[in-house]
Design a protein around this ligand. Structure first.
Ligand code: ATP
Ligand code: MG
Length: 646
C-alpha cells in the first residue's frame, strides 16, 4: 500500500463547504444525535408534508425494518425539477454529449419540466400509476432521464436495465419485478457500434408475460419491427399530450426504484430504494463529496443502468439544481482522448469515473491526455473498485496535473449513496484509501468470529447503523435481504467487503471478503497483490485469485494484462514474481502467472474474480452465471491458456 499523503490544498480548505474542523464537528453530531442531525438535513428537500418521525429502523434478527422520515410526503421529480423553475428555469440541467462528437444538446430546467411532464402523461394515458413497475432499457440519451423522472412524477417504480444486457438478462429482470411496460429505443449507439435494443426487447418478451406496452424512442432511425397492439413510438405519443402533469404525493417510504446489482458475486439482487431517505442522502452526498457549487459543470461517466448513474447523474445533481453531463459514448471512441476532449468542450469542473476506465486509459500513455487542456477541471472522483495507487497517482498527476483532489468514494447499489469518502476541503488523501466515513455512517471492522476490532486492524466491513439512503429490501424477497446482509453478523449490515483501518483511522477497502486468499496461514487481500503488479511499468491490469495448493493451502494465481506492445515472455514472468516478492514480501509472490489479453468484467467494468477462481481451480465447466459479463469471449482464451491444467 502507498505511504504517500496529500494534504488538503489551501485553496480547497477555504472554498469548500466543509473543512477538517467542520467535518469533525458535523460527524460527531451525526452519530451522537442522528435524529436531530437528519431532521435538520431532511430540510434540504421540499416536502409536501414535512416529516416528524425521523429514524425508525431495526437490524434485529427476524425483524429487519428500515424507515426514514416515514410520515413525510414528497415527490422526487418535483424536487429535481419544479422547485428550481423560479430561480433557474433557463439554466442548463442536462448537457447531453452524443457518441458521435459532433452531436450534443442542452436541456434547461424548464425544458426538462416539459419533457418529463409529457413523458409522464404518456405513461398515465396507458394506465401506468403509483406502484406499477416500469422497465427502462435505454441508451444514454436524454429520454432515459425523462423516463426515470416521469416514473418518479407519477409514483411508478422504475427498474433501469443497462442497455448492454442480453435479452435473457433483460427478461429475467422484467419478470422478477413484473413490469407492465418496457421503454426502449430502436437502437443504441456506443463507440460507433449499433446495439439492437428493440430486437433485444422482442426476444426478451418471448419469455415474459404481463408486459402490456413497449414504448420505443427513435435514436438511429433503423428499420425495426413494431407490434400493432403492444408497441408504440414515443415521438408520436408525445405529440398528443400536454406539458402539465400534477405530481403524485408520495410517502417517504414509497418505493422510488428497483435496481439490480452488477452481479459480480453471483445472481443479481433487486435492490429496492424508497423516496425520502434516498433523495436526502443522494443530494446531500452529491453536494458535500463533490463540493458542488452553483454554476459548476459536473460530469459522472457512469451509465444510468448502474446506481452511480441514478444517484450521481440524475437524482443527486438535479435535486441540487446542478448542471449534469450525460455521455452516450465510451472513453476510447473516436480516440483515447475522448474524455478529455469532452471536458474541454463543456468546461467540466468535476469529473467522476471508475478505476477500470482510468487503468484502460493509462495503458494508452500520457500523450492522449496531455494534448488536451483540462484547465476547467477542479476535482476528480473514482468509484466501483479499489483504485490501485499506481492508477491513482496517474489520475492525479497526468489528468489532474497535481492540482485536483481525488475523491475515492466507496459505496454500493445497496447503500444508495456514498458512505466512505474524502471531502475535498477536509480530508488529506492517501492513494488507494477511501479515507473516512460520511456523516451518519458508522463503519465497523469485524473478525470472522464477530468481534468488533479496535484501532488499526483488518477484517470484514460492517455498518453498525442505518443511514437514510440504505436499501429497504430485496424486491419481493425480504428473507433474502435479511439472509444476504444481516445474517453474517447479528445486528449489523455486512457489506461483503474486506477492509483495513490504519493508524489515522482511514479506511482501505481490500476487495470482497470472498476474494481474500489464505497463503500458508497468512490472510491477504487480492487488491494488494494486484496493486503491486499494476505498479510494474509493463503491466496495465492484474487480477489475483487463490487456488488449491498442496503445501500452502492456497496458492496465488495472477492474471496479468500487459501494456500495449509488451511481449509476454518467460523472462517477464520471472521478473514479475521477483517484483511482487520485493514489493510485498515472499509470502505474496505469485505461484502462477497467466498473461491474459483481456479479463472477464461485468458490464459495469468490474473484474469478475469468481470466474477467474474457477479457471485457476481447473474447473472451467463450473463457471456459474456468466450472463452479466461484458464480453463472454475473453473467457475462452483464459480457459485455453490456464496454467493449472491437470
Ligand atoms: P453484486 O453485489 O451483484 O456481486 P457488485 O457488488 O459489483 O455486484 P455494486 O453495488 O455495483 O455491485 O458494487 C459495489 C461494490 O463495488 C462494493 O461492495 C465494493 O466491493 C466495490 N466498490 C465500489 N466502490 C469502491 C471503492 N471506492 N473502493 C473499493 N471498492 C469499491
Ligand atoms: Mg455487491
Amino acid at each position: 500500500m502507498s505511504e504517500k499523503i496529500y494534504d488538503v490544498p489551501a485553496e480547497w480548505a477555504s472554498r469548500a463547504f466543509v473543512d477538517d474542523a467542520k467535518y469533525r464537528q458535523m460527524y460527531e453530531r451525526s452519530v451522537k444525535d442522528p435524529t436531530g442531525f437528519w431532521a435538520e438535513h431532511a430540510k434540504r428537500v421540499d416536502w409536501i408534508k414535512a416529516p416528524t418521525k425521523i429514524d425508525n429502523w431495526s437490524y434485529a434478527p427476524g425483524n429487519i425494518s428500515i424507515k426514514w422520515f416515514e410520515d413525510g410526503v414528497l415527490n422526487a421529480a418535483y424536487n429535481c425539477i419544479d422547485r428550481h423553475l423560479d430561480k433557474r428555469g433557463d439554466q442548463v440541467a442536462i448537457i447531453w454529449e452524443g457518441d458521435d462528437p459532433s452531436q450534443s444538446r442542452t436541456i434547461t430546467y424548464r425544458e426538462l419540466h416539459d419533457e418529463v411532464c409529457k413523458f409522464a402523461n404518456i405513461l398515465r394515458n396507458r394506465n401506468v400509476g403509483k406502484g406499477d413497475r416500469v422497465t427502462i432499457y435505454l441508451p444514454m440519451i436524454p429520454e432515459a432521464a425523462f423516463a426515470m423522472l416521469a416514473c418518479a412524477r407519477i409514483g411508478a417504480i422504475h427498474s433501469v436495465v443497462f442497455a448492454g444486457f442480453s435479452p435473457d438478462s433483460l427478461a429475467g429482470r422484467i419478470n422478477d419485478c413484473q413490469s407492465k411496460i418496457v421503454i426502449t429505443a430502436d437502437e443504441g449507439l456506443r463507440g460507433g457500434k449499433k446495439v439492437p435494443l428493440k430486437a433485444n426487447v422482442d426476444a426478451a418478451l418471448k419469455k415474459c408475460e404481463g408486459v402490456d406496452w413497449v414504448m420505443v424512442v427513435k435514436r438511429t432511425g433503423a428499420a425495426i419491427e413494431m407490434d400493432d397492439v403492444r408497441d408504440f413510438w414515443y415521438h408520436e405519443a408525445a405529440e398528443v399530450v400536454t406539458t402539465e402533469c400534477p405530481v403524485e404525493h408520495m410517502h417517504a417510504e414509497d418505493p422510488l426504484f428497483i435496481l439490480y446489482t452488477s452481479g459480480s458475486t453471483g445472481q443479481p439482487k433487486g435492490v429496492l430504494h424508497t423516496t425520502g431517505g434516498y433523495l436526502v442522502f443522494a443530494s446531500m452526498t452529491h453536494q458535500y463529496v463533490f463540493d458542488y457549487h452553483d454554476g459548476d459543470i459536473y460530469w459522472c461517466t457512469a451509465d444510468v443502468g448502474w446506481v452511480t448513474g441514478h444517484s450521481y447523474i440524475l437524482y443527486g445533481p438535479l435535486a441540487n439544481g446542478a448542471t449534469t453531463l450525460m455521455f452516450e459514448g465510451v472513453p476510447n471512441y473516436p480516440s483515447n482522448s475522448r474524455f478529455w476532449e469532452v471536458i474541454d468542450k463543456h468546461k467540466v469542473n468535476i469529473f467522476y469515473t471508475a478505476p477500470t476506465a482510468i487503468r484502460a486509459l493509462m495503458q494508452g500513455g500520457d500523450e492522449p491526455v496531455k494534448k488536451t487542456s483540462r484547465k476547467s477541471l477542479r476535482l476528480l472522483g473514482s468509484v466501483g473498485e479499489p483504485i490501485n495507487p499506481e492508477a491513482w497517482e496517474w489520475y492525479h498527476r497526468v489528468v489532474g496535473e497535481d492540482r485536483c483532489p481525488i475523491v475515492d468514494t466507496w459505496w454500493q447499489t445497496e447503500t444508495g449513496g456514498i458512505l466512505i469518502t474524502p471531502l475535498p476541503g477536509a480530508t488529506k488523501l492517501k492513494p488507494g484509501s477511501a479515507t473516512r466515513p460520511f456523516f451518519g455512517v458508522v463503519p465497523e471492522i469485524l473478525d470472522p468470529d464477530g468481534n468488533v476490532l479496535d484501532g488499526e486492524c483488518t477484517g470484514n466491513l460492517c455498518l453498525a447503523r442505518s443511514w437514510p439512503g440504505q436499501m429497504r429490501t430485496v424486491y419481493g424477497d425480504h428473507a433474502r435481504f435479511e439472509q444476504t446482509y444481516f445474517s453474517a453478523y447479528k445486528g449489523k449490515y455486512f457489506t461483503g467487503d474486506g477492509c483495513r483501518r490504519d493508524a489515522d483511522g482511514f479506511y482501505w477497502i481490500t476487495g470482497r471478503v470472498d476474494d481474500v486468499i489464505n497463503v500458508s496461514g497468512h490472510r491477504m487481500g487480492t487488491a494488494e497483490v494486484e496493486s503491486s503488479l499494476v505498479a510494474h511499468p509493463k503491466v496495465s491490469e492484474a487480477a489475483v485469485v487463490g487456488y488449491p495448493h498442496d503445501i500452502k493451502g492456497q496458492g496465488i494465481y495472477a492474471y496479468v494484462t500487459l501494456m500495449a506492445g509488451e511481449e509476454p515472455t518467460e523472462e517477464l514472468r520471472k521478473e514479475l514474481v521477483a517484483w511482487v516478492r520485493k514489493d510485498i514480501g515472499p509470502i505474496a509472490s505469485p505461484d502462477l502467472i497467466q498473461f491474459a489479453p483481456g479479463l472477464p468484467k461485468t458490464r459495469s467494468g468490474k473484474i469478475m474474480r469468481r470466474i477467474l477462481r474457477k479457471i485457476a481451480e481447473d474447473e472451467p465447466s463450473a463457471l456459474g452465471d456468466t450472463s452479466t459479463l461484458a464480453d463472454p469471449a475473453v473467457v475462452d482464451d483464459l480457459v485455453e491458456h490456464r496454467q493449472n491444467k491437470h
